[in-house]
Write a protein that binds this ligand. Sequence first.
Ligand code: SF4
Length: 364
Amino acid sequence: MQESFLDRFENWAETGMASGLPAPLPTKEEGLALLSDAPLDRILELAEKPRQFYFKNLVRAHILNNIKNGNCPEDCGYCAQRRTAEGVPQYTLKPAEEILEEARAAKKNGAFRYCLVTAGRGPSRRQIESFSSVIRQIKSELGLEVCLSAGILTDPESAKILQEAGLDRYNHNLNTSEEHYGDICQSHTYGDRVGTLENLHGHGVHLCSGVIAGMGESDPDLVQVALELRRLEVVSIPVNFFLPVPGHAIENPRTFTEEQCLRILALFRLVNPSSEVRIAAGREHYLKTRQSDALRIANSLFISGYLNVKGSNASETAQMIEDAGFVMELSEGEAHGSMVASDSGASEDLTLKDLSDLRPFASK
Ligand code: SF4
């Protein structure tokens, strides 16, 4: 009888993982089984093996800073900042001192990595220069890892400038499969996204790229994204569960049970065993009491909410991590003893952030 993917994976985890052999890949059908009828207990048990091997029992907390919000010309259907959406605070690029002030607060709140996010199609050369200067300052003063999410970036020179500034990662989510991409966005293509990732990767910047599950896709679309992220050698994979934000334009949003969310997270972990898998948007809303099981698969999460949506605050998240038996990671391999309580954010998922959340240090 042919060995199943889970058997091949178990065999690899026992004999090949420690010696750096490539992990097995599921066929499309085997990937689909992970999302449907393969036994969840076994999936969790196997997903936990690489999670513990590569990341021990540590959890990396990421804090997002929208350094430029709203007024975007693009039409990504899932996004509260898309060109026709209303009600989201708008501002141009924050001044460097404000970004630094927020980075200091993020460090105090236990952030392992600081994610700078801008609305817009992609950065101009002038913006690339500004980002580079702020990245240098954050890294030299605070030693935080920095990830930049600034849209489409296919110009090789810009990639080189960011790499030389010390950028650790560039985020650009695939979001969904190539086949489904035209249903969620018409203002740019899946190919633009892949081109951006290949450009940054080619200049030595590590890639962060993930998925938003729940945007009317089919299970084969999710399997396709997991396999494509493996092909692109993505080291960091945010797994978002779509939150129907006001103004969204997704036609057939899906909702998920806790178990389905665990299966989706496990699909991305088992196909990309050494990558940092992050429980991103929708964590509180969909996983509810099974967030601790999700940490058996994923080794990273966001604290203090998502781009324009509030999430549980830093101290609640720290408590959940501790109760689940995991430890916050401050820098590569270094555990965090305690977290500074934060009063930012609320526990209701679908509350949009207001200006005081998005620009807490802006001069009044
Ligand atoms: S995801 Fe980014 S590019 Fe797309 S509409 Fe939102 S801010 Fe604009």
